[in-house]
Design a binder for this molecule. Structure first.
Ligand code: FES
Ligand SMILES: [Fe+2]
Length: 413
C-alpha cells in the first residue's frame, strides 16, 4: 500500500519527535499520485469539507452551482424555499455530469443527453421517451428511486459545507470547539463582501502549512509585517480540534477616514485581535472585529491547488454603497498578501522533487502549527479522522524537547 511506503515507521518516528528534532512529512506526501488518491478518499471523502460557496450566493431560489470536491462532481442547489442542498452531479440514466455552469432562476436540472430532468430537491421528474417513442414512463423505471444522490450539506458563517460520509456529527457539533472560542462574534450577521481566487502549482498542504506560520512575514510580506509584525503573532491551539496564528495588534484599515461596521459587543481586546486557525483539512479562517475571511485550498492534482478567498463583512450596513470602497480594499489587501505567498509555496513544491529534501526541519517557536498540521494529516491519512492529537501535549509546552513554544492558549470568554 502506497501510504505505508511513504509513511514508513521511520518517517512517522521522525515526524512525531519533539518539534526541534522532528522532520516534516516525506516529500512524496506532496508529489505522489497514490498519496493524492488516498487523500481524496480518506480525508476529503469523509468529514465536513468547505464546499467553496457562500450561502449568500445560494440565497435566491433556483440558484445552481456545480463544483468538484474530493475529485467528485457535485452540485449545490437552492430550492423554492431557499433551502441549500448538495447532490452528486451525475445523471442516474447513463452517468452524464448534469450541470457544468453556475446558473440562476432554475426550476429543474435537465440532463443534456436524453433530457431526464430533476427538480431542485433532486427528485427525478421527467424521463422523455424512456419506454420508446412517445412513452414517457416505464414500469421498471421508478422515478422515486432514481433521484440525484444527495450529499450531507450544512452551513455555518455563511459558508456551505458538505460531507460525503453519512456517519459522524452534524456540522455545528463538529465545529463546537471553534464556535465556543468565537462565541463573542455573531456569525449570523456575516454577508459576502467579495471573493478572489488563486491557482497554485503546489500541493494543497503547502498552502495550509504556509498559512500556519507567521515566520515568513518579514521577508515575504514586508508590507503586512510593517503593521502586523511577525513578533506580534502567536500560535494557539484548541485542544483536540485545531491550531492557528493570532495577532493582538490588528487595526482596521480606514478608507477615506472610515472603517467598516464591527461585530456588536467587542471588548477593547477583541477590537485589536485577529485569529487565523486552520480547520482541517483545508479551511483557513481569519476573524477580526470588522471582517471575517475564509481561504479554502482545493486539491486539483498532487502539485496543483485552486484557492478561493472570501471576505465577509458584518451586517447589512457594511453591504451598502457607502462601504463599497472598504469592502474592495479589504479584499484587495488580502488578495495581494496571498499573491505574495505564491512564489514561495510553489518553490516548496519544486523542492519536494529533489531527493535531497528529507522532510526538512521545523523552527521551534515558529513552526508549531505547521508541525501540528502535519501530525493531523498523518492521523487522517492513517484513518483516524484528522484529530488534533498533539494539541493537548503542545499546550504543556515544556514537553517539546526542552523548547518552550510560543504558545499561549487563551480564551475569549
Ligand atoms: S445520461 Fe442523463 S438523460 Fe441520459
Ligand atoms: Fe504568507
Amino acid at each position: 500500500m502506497a501510504i505505508e511506503r511513504v509513511l514508513t515507521s521511520e518517517a512517522l518516528e521522525r515526524l512525531r519527535r519533539p518539534i526541534g528534532r522532528a522532520r516534516g512529512l516525506p516529500r512524496e506526501a506532496f508529489t505522489s499520485e497514490e498519496v493524492y488518491a488516498a487523500e481524496m478518499s480518506r480525508i476529503f471523502g469523509r468529514g465536513w469539507i468547505a464546499a467553496g460557496a457562500a450561502t449568500d450566493e445560494l440565497a435566491q431560489p433556483g440558484k445552481v452551482i456545480p463544483l468538484v470536491l474530493a475529485g467528485r462532481p457535485i452540485v449545490l442547489t437552492s430550492n423554492e424555499q431557499g433551502r441549500i442542498q448538495a447532490f452528486h452531479n451525475v445523471c442516474r440514466h447513463r452517468g452524464v455530469q448534469v450541470v457544468t455552469k453556475a446558473c440562476s432562476g432554475q426550476k429543474v436540472l435537465r440532463c443534456p443527453y436524453h433530457s431526464w430532468a430533476y427538480d431542485l430537491d433532486g427528485r427525478l421528474r421527467s424521463t422523455p421517451h424512456v419506454g420508446g417513442p412517445g412513452k414517457h414512463s416505464h414500469p421498471d423505471i421508478k422515478k422515486a428511486e432514481i433521484g440525484l444522490v444527495p450529499i450531507r450539506c450544512e452551513s455555518w458563517a455563511n459558508l456551505v459545507f458538505v460531507n460525503f460520509d453519512e456517519a459522524g456529527p452534524d456540522l455545528l457539533t463538529y465545529l463546537a470547539p471553534l464556535r465556543e472560542r468565537w462565541k463573542a462574534y455573531d456569525f449570523t450577521r456575516l454577508r459576502l463582501g467579495g471573493t478572489a481566487t488563486f491557482e497554485l502549482k503546489a500541493n494543497w498542504k503547502l498552502a495550509v502549512e504556509n498559512f500556519s506560520e507567521a515566520y515568513h512575514l518579514p521577508w515575504v510580506h514586508a508590507g503586512l509585517n510593517s503593521y502586523s509584525p511577525m513578533e506580534d503573532h502567536d500560535c494557539f491551539f484548541i485542544p483536540g480540534f485545531c491550531q492557528g496564528q493570532l495577532s493582538r495588534n490588528y487595526a482596521a484599515a480606514p478608507v477615506d477616514g472610515r472603517t467598516m461596521p464591527r461585530f456588536a459587543g467587542m471588548t477593547a481586546e477583541q477590537e485589536t485581535l485577529a485569529e487565523y486557525p486552520v480547520v482541517f483539512p483545508n479551511l483557513m479562517l481569519g476573524v477580526h472585529a470588522d471582517h471575517f475571511f475564509a481561504l479554502t485550498a482545493f486539491p486539483v492534482a498532487p502539485d496543483r491547488t485552486y484557492e478561493r478567498f472570501d471576505v465577509f463583512v458584518i451586517g447589512g450596513e457594511a453591504m451598502t454603497p457607502a462601504y463599497a470602497a472598504n469592502r474592495a480594499a479589504t479584499v484587495e489587501r488580502w488578495r495581494a498578501i496571498n499573491v505574495e505567498d505564491i512564489d514561495v509555496v510553489e518553490r516548496m513544491q519544486v523542492g519536494r522533487t529533489s531527493p535531497a529534501m528529507d522532510g526538512g526541519r521545523f523552527a521551534p517557536g515558529q513552526d508549531d502549527c505547521v508541525h501540528a498540521f502535519d501530525l493531523q494529516w498523518v492521523d487522517a491519512i492513517l484513518g483516524g479522522g484528522g484529530r488534533s492529537v498533539r494539541a493537548a501535549d503542545q499546550n504543556r509546552g515544556p514537553s517539546l524537547g526542552g523548547v518552550t513554544p510560543r504558545v499561549r492558549p487563551r480564551s475569549l470568554a
